[in-house]
Design a protein. Structure first.
Length: 229
């Protein structure tokens, strides 16, 4: 079942500015930090050459631009996460999918290649592979979708038939064509299956709990209608 969401709720679920988990995601590993630090060092070096060696008078705009570049190692993750969020927020309509895990499987995918030289001086290409889990999620209407994420030890509790929830996004008011999905939440295990932490998780779980309470309140009413009929 897909429950349509208002634009206000959608923007609360996917914030404009990066959240803490999103910042951590784009902070990356040590090589990612070194890459950002190198860009910052280059920015400082350019300003130094222009000011000290060439003796140029730098205006306020150039100084501020250089300062921003020097701090790229710090604010870079905020920029990239916010940019990714904006790609989700460009969709006009959204819904809250309440489905189940229809199937899951483990695969190994190529995520990059590195060129190195062995002891004999020969060029060797090393493939970096990563184990990933794929979830097939579906609901009672026949809608199905697939989500992939890096494999984690915590995912060993996943089983077929478990309730699974996510956001779906579309540019059609009736959500007849789903163009994007978020990471997956499994309420029974309080578990997120995630590559990029797309949604504001505390607000997502609040919406999830509210929908479950509404469903539980609706069940007795349905039973009474059947008895009365």
């Amino acid at each position: 079942m897909i429950v349509p969401l208002t634009r206000q709720k959608f923007e609360q679920l996917i914030p404009l500015i990066a959240t803490g988990p999103q910042y951590k995601y784009y902070w990356g590993r040590f090589p990612d930090f070194l890459q950002r630090l190198l860009i910052s060092v280059v920015a400082v070096a350019v300003i130094f050459v222009m000011k000290v060696i060439l003796g140029l008078e730098l205006g306020l705009i150039v100084f501020i631009t250089g300062l921003i570049g020097a701090l790229y190692w710090l604010w870079g993750p905020v920029f990239w996460a916010s940019l990714r969020n904006s790609k989700y927020r460009r969709y006009k309509y959204s819904g809250f999918l309440r489905g189940r895990v229809l199937d899951y499987w483990i695969s190994e995918e190529l995520i990059g290649k590195q060129e190195t030289v062995d002891n004999k001086g020969d060029l060797v290409i090393v493939e970096n592979r990563e184990k990933r889990i794929s979830l097939e999620i579906g609901d009672d209407t026949g809608f199905t979708t697939e989500y992939k994420a890096p494999l984690r030890v915590a995912y060993k509790v996943i089983a077929r038939g478990q309730r699974a929830e996510m956001l779906v996004m579309s540019n059609r008011p009736d959500l007849s064509m789903i163009e994007e999905i978020s990471d997956v939440y499994i309420p029974s295990r309080d578990l997120w299956v995630s590559d990029y932490p797309c949604v504001q998780r505390d607000f997502f779980t609040e919406v999830s709990s509210r929908l479950r309470r509404n469903e539980e309140d609706e069940r007795p009413r349905r039973r009474r209608r059947r008895v009365e009929s």
